[in-house]
Design a protein around this ligand. Structure first.
Ligand code: TNX
Length: 490
């Protein structure tokens, strides 16, 4: 593959917009540049001021008039925006703050990185294909502190992803303070894979994450994984296990060996308390209750448990999400969402059990492990990651699939969105998170946002090269996959 020597002038936005037309001339940010914004547009303008600081030096003023206009105007699709760059100014319009914010993300990608070079004139109309565009971070296998999570949220926003799913509990750790059950974090949060401290979020920490996410139009989906993946909870409260003894804390990476005791009423008091406290912390509509790989739970018990746990969520006015195994029950509350994690060619009973969410009036989040799992190695030489899901998973593989091609009869109308999970058995630092996520997260974001078209990996790889330069400018680590014609580093 040939290496580009200079960035192309237009057509480099990731995810690719619904339409982009080149204009004539260009706009130059100058000393007199200013942002015009009022009302709902002001916080987005303030964000833009900060995003442009590396280019503008001093902060652009925000007022009633200016050559960069952010305006709320009716007539755009949900989260959609229009953006026009002309010689005399820039104008972004949207129905609400979210659309403006996504328009600002596009503008960031149009401004030449860290220079005051002109921005070529262009007109863009854009809106997302799916309402749920997610990334999952497993903070249970390895713990990631508040600042790391905030930074990952900022990185999701660059790609117009609007959901951060936090996997808050697993065998190796319980990461969220629950007032009624303090040992969950005191004991259950004290370690992680390989040992070494672990950690947890206090409620104030968690509120800070949720607030930061909201400022980026990102919704946080908390997941407490049950009834399996619960060794940390059982180690903290032995009465949650059937034999009443506490297992040791676990620092390995096996799955499928732990289960809450389904027959004990105490287990449901636990679920009720945990869900109640989660709901208090969650402005978004969804609470994820896991349900995957409960290999140590007998089938009848599993069904009974997921029915009661999802009913507890629904009774509190939230929508339950479960990994697709929960669809083995046909008695989940109407509207329960399934998260599909089997392969692009469904294995075992994954297609049938996923269908039961749709039959129950819900939808699916598509997170096929063989293409969307960011913890798969990129290639044999990747120092980090796993390979069980048909891995390694190249950037090209992460790009060349479509969520509407996986399950028979399951098209866009039954798909809530797309998610890229990052499990962290082998990932311990934010640098490593970024290395696994970039550039594949950009591929998943494009699948979630952009219209379905005939895909051309070479074309995408060209845009990724431009995106990589922006990641460099932002100090975000990115794997220099050999499939992409990266620009030479300056
Ligand atoms: C499967 S897929 C899991 C996780 C692991 C992951 C590692 C799914 C819902 N569960 O428990 O961390 O594989 O790739």
């Amino acid at each position: 593959m040939t290496r580009s020597t200079a960035p192309p002038v237009t057509g480099t936005v990731v995810p690719v917009p619904v339409s982009q037309v080149a204009g004539s001339g260009s706009f130059v940010l100058g000393p007199a540049s200013a942002i015009a914004a009022t009302g709902l547009a002001v916080p987005v303008a303030e964000y833009l001021v900060e995003a442009l600081r590396p280019v503008t030096g001093s902060p652009l003023p925000i007022g009633d008039s200016g050559d960069i206009v952010l305006a709320i105007e009716a007539g755009h699709p949900p989260e959609g925006y229009a953006l026009r760059v002309a010689a005399d100014g820039i104008r972004i319009t949207a129905d609400a703050g979210a659309g403006l914010f996504w328009g600002v993300q596009t503008l960031r990608q149009l401004v030449p990185p860290a220079t005051s070079a002109p921005i070529p004139a262009t007109t863009i109309e854009d809106h997302p294909r799916f309402a749920y565009r997610g990334a999952m971070l497993d903070v249970a296998r390895h713990f990631f502190g508040v600042d790391d999570v905030k930074r990952y949220i900022d990185e999701l926003a660059l790609l117009k992803l609007n959901v951060l799913h936090l996997h808050l509990s697993d065998d190796q750790g319980w990461r969220l303070q629950i007032d009624e059950w303090p040992r969950l974090t005191e004991h259950g949060g004290s370690t992680q894979v390989g040992g070494g401290g672990g950690g947890f979020y206090t409620k104030d920490d968690y509120r800070a994450i949720v607030a930061h996410a909201a400022s980026r139009f990102v919704t946080v989906v908390p997941e407490i994984d049950m009834p399996g993946h619960t060794n940390a909870a059982l180690a903290s409260y032995p009465d949650l296990s059937c034999d009443g003894t506490a297992p040791a804390l676990y620092e390995g990476i096996e799955v499928g060996f732990s289960s809450l005791c389904i027959g004990k009423e105490r287990s449901y008091e636990f679920v009720e308390d945990v869900v109640t406290e989660l709901v208090e912390l969650t402005p978004g509509p969804w609470i994820h209750i896991g349900g995957d790989e409960s290999l140590a739970t007998p089938e009848a018990d599993f069904l009974r448990f997921v029915e009661r746990a999802s009913a507890i969520v629904a009774a509190q006015g939230k929508i339950a999400i479960g990994w697709h195994e929960m669809g083995r029950s046909t008695n989940l509350p109407a509207g329960t969402i399934g998260e599909y994690w089997s392969f692009t060619t469904p294995r075992d009973d994954a297609a049938a059990v996923s269908q039961s969410f749709i039959d129950g009036g819900g939808k699916l989040i598509m997170a096929p492990a063989d293409v969307a799992y960011l913890d798969m190695k990129y290639d044999e030489s990747s120092p980090l990651g796993l390979v069980w899901a048909n891995g390694p998973t190249s950037v090209k593989e992460s790009y060349l699939w479509d969520p509407a091609d996986i399950l028979p009869g399951v098209g866009d109308e039954s798909i809530l969105g797309v998610e890229a999970p990052l499990w962290t058995e082998t990932i311990a630092t934010l640098d490593e998170v970024e290395f696994m996520a970039f550039p594949r997260l950009a591929a998943i974001a494009e699948i979630a946002w952009s219209p379905r078209v005939e895909k051309n990996f070479e074309e995408f790889a060209g845009r990724l090269a431009a995106f990589g330069e922006r990641l460099d400018a932002l100090g975000i680590r990115c794997f220099r996959a050999p499939e992409v014609p990266w620009y030479p580093r300056v």
